[in-house]
Design a binder for this molecule. Structure first.
Ligand SMILES: Cc1cc2nc3c(=O)[nH]c(=O)nc-3n(C[C@H](O)[C@H](O)[C@H](O)COP(=O)(O)OP(=O)(O)OC[C@H]3O[C@@H](n4cnc5c(N)ncnc54)[C@H](O)[C@@H]3O)c2cc1C
Length: 295
């Protein structure tokens, strides 16, 4: 196995163009497991850790540009106001050791349906900045996941950053595991209220071949809030709206039975998480001055 160590982003792109099968390694918390268990034996491994810009982020007026290798620990520490949904999801990843190494670029690279960043990225509505020597492009997160552990990157492309809108309203994340920590999700749900444009977005993890959105649930909730004037009045949420939202979220899933849980348990749990996350988000919306200034 040959080890490539580009010292800059252009060098990394050139190396990836020359060796499209080279496997990038950032935190290594997925890659090293695969190599150690002999699930993967790449001819070239490309270390991205000398490229400092991948560990940096820039906070603009409307968007955060998050370098691909920013570890979860730094997202939790520095970006919980701008990206509350992603920070909550980051909190549930593994252990402090893994959160100090692993990041969103690696979660996207692996594209496991169980990756914890995905529900938050879908609910937040981000774009993935992918680049090769051929040029740069922005991939909407809705188009990124192609199949089980398959993503939209071309063989010569690398992820440079993820562009996430700054939260204009409450964001929540919930995960069910077989224990409290260091656990791969049985299923997970991200929810974001976007009062600035009166929309709702969701992300479901571990309950379909790829991370997905519950679009019918999103449309139902946004319309119900609109029709009842609740975006403005911030009145209590009718239980019937929460119940219908929960049913639609559960119905959007396409889960399987596996060692972590059954399909019917996953559907049931998603309904429960949908009701709970909506309750928490609505409670915050009713009392949060940040949301009030954006509505
Ligand atoms: C003990 C343990 C517990 C874990 N628990 C969780 C958990 O609770 N939740 C969870 O979501 N994950 C978990 N994971 C998986 C892992 O930590 C995450 O997927 C993490 O986000 C991977 O990030 P990384 O930087 O370590 O990626 P790496 O292992 O370096 O890379 C992962 C994949 O992404 C590709 N890649 C990395 N950077 C780029 C880039 N810039 N451009 C293109 N491709 C790139 C790599 O080639 C590889 O295919 C766990 C792993 C371990 C070992």
């Amino acid at each position: 196995m040959e080890f490539l160590r580009p010292a800059s982003w252009p060098e990394a792109l050139a190396a990836k163009a020359e060796h499209p099968s080279a496997v990038p390694i950032a935190g290594g918390t997925d890659v090293m497991v695969e190599i150690n268990f002999d699930h993967r034996r790449p001819t070239h491994l490309m270390d991205l850790n000398r490229i400092g810009e991948l560990q940096e982020w820039q906070t603009g007026e409307q968007t955060v540009r998050l370098g691909a290798s920013v570890p979860y620990a730094r997202i939790i520490e520095h970006l919980r106001t701008e990206l509350p949904g992603l920070a909550l999801a980051a909190h549930t990843v593994a252990s402090p050791q893994i959160r100090n190494r692993g990041g969103v670029g690696g979660n996207l690279g692996t594209a496991s349906p169980a990756g914890d960043a995905h529900p938050a990225l879908l609910a937040g509505g981000c774009q993935v900045e992918a680049e090769s020597v051929r040029g740069s492009r922005m991939i909407p997160i809705d188009d990124f996941y192609l199949g089980v552990k398959r993503n939209a990157l071309a063989p010569d492309e690398l992820i440079r950053a993820v562009h996430l809108p700054r939260a204009t309203g409450p964001q929540q994340f919930s995960k069910v595991g077989t224990r409290n920590a260091m656990v791969i999700a049985v299923c997970a749900l991200g929810l974001a209220l976007h009062p600035a444009d009166r929309t709702v977005r969701t992300g479901i993890g571990s309950a379909a071949p790829t991370p997905i959105r519950a679009r019918a649930a999103e449309e139902f909730l946004a319309a119900a809030l609109d029709e009842a004037g609740l975006w403005d009045s911030r009145g209590p949420l009718p239980p019937s709206v929460a119940a219908q939202f929960a049913e639609l979220v559960a119905g959007a899933a396409n889960p399987i039975d596996d060692v972590r849980g059954t399909a019917s348990y996953r559907r049931h749990a998603l309904g429960v998480m949908a009701r709970r996350t909506l309750g928490w988000a609505w409670q915050e919306y009713r009392g949060d001055p940040r949301s009030q200034s954006c509505a």
